[in-house]
Design a protein around this ligand. Sequence first.
Ligand SMILES: Nc1ncnc2c1ncn2[C@@H]1O[C@H](COP(=O)(O)OP(=O)(O)O)[C@@H](O)[C@H]1O
Ligand SMILES: [Mg+2]
Length: 356
Amino acid sequence: MFKEKNLSPRQLALFTALVLSVPIGIGFFAFGGHSWREAIVSCVVICAGSYALILYIIQRFIYRKLKLIYKFIYQTKASKKQETYYKYILPQKSIDEVREDVEAWGKQKRREIELLKRNETFRKEFLQNLSHEFKTPVFAIQGYIETLLQGAMDEHEMAERFLKKAQRNVERLSHLIQDLDEISRLERGELKLHRSNFVIQDLVREVYESLSLLAEPMRITLQIKKGCEAPLNVWADQEKIRQVLINLVDNAVKYGRQNGNVTASLYNTDGQNILVEISDDGMGIPESALGRIFERFYRTPAGRGRDITGSGLGLAICKHIIEAHGHNIHVRSTEDVGTTIGFTLASREAERTRKP
Ligand SMILES: Nc1ncnc2c1ncn2[C@@H]1O[C@H](COP(=O)(O)OP(=O)(O)O)[C@@H](O)[C@H]1O
Ligand SMILES: [Mg+2]
């Protein structure tokens, strides 16, 4: 009728009382010379008495302690609801159910501790990276200023060279601070998307326009792939997507090759999603680094050598923005062949069908 393992305190008391009283009643009848009436009465009296006693002992010595354990687990002063729980529900629970509750609590605590530990490692790495990123330009600036003060200032050409180098490092610091500011805002969850409908090709052209000065010295052509010109409407935060495209095109130029090409391809994949890809024919990314480029501060050694003003935060920012739109960003690359970084966005049709 009931599983022995899952007995509630009342069932346990009744079970034990019966185990005690029935043999005693039989003993009274068989060996004590009592009538069967007397045997039954004594059996009932013993059963009732031991039931009450056992239940009292269980309640007093075990369930009161369990109540304390529950109070400790929930770490709160008992609310009305909990008082009801302790009074009516807890006494119904078997010891096994209590064990399950405690185990579940233990598991939850373990998860919380793991999360705290992970955050701690994350924080340490972040600080380490941050100090490293700041140290390099600040020491460089310090070096140039010292050299200038030690006499280089008197030679006009040399002074100008050092000042230009110092200026590049100040630029790097300023980029770093801007990116840090941006990523910390994103990570605090303050990213509010202001979605609208716009034609993605128009935005790509605007971004190309704004970065044309960067591409010119390397004679890199910024283009939209043939066959991808038909306007595609997307439903997204235009300014945030502009920021993503600027980052991707900026990377494609910085890590691109002299006289190379940067190509944007735009496809409507299934009526619901628009795929945007920015490809270059530059230095590429080693396979071992492909999984890491979206991490904060990660830069490949070759990339670091090529561009001193980067912060390694650009792609981390892009990833945040695309994921906030509920989409993904991905990379394909081969060293010395080129890189393609792509992401999807909702098409205007997807937005139309979503609304009832
Ligand atoms: N188009 C690309 N070609 C080659 N390497 C790239 C490209 N885009 C990104 N990377 C690599 O990924 C790293 C991270 O990019 P990002 O977060 O934008 O940082 P940053 O541009 O400041 O270096 C770069 O330092 C570079 O090593
Ligand atoms: Mg970048």
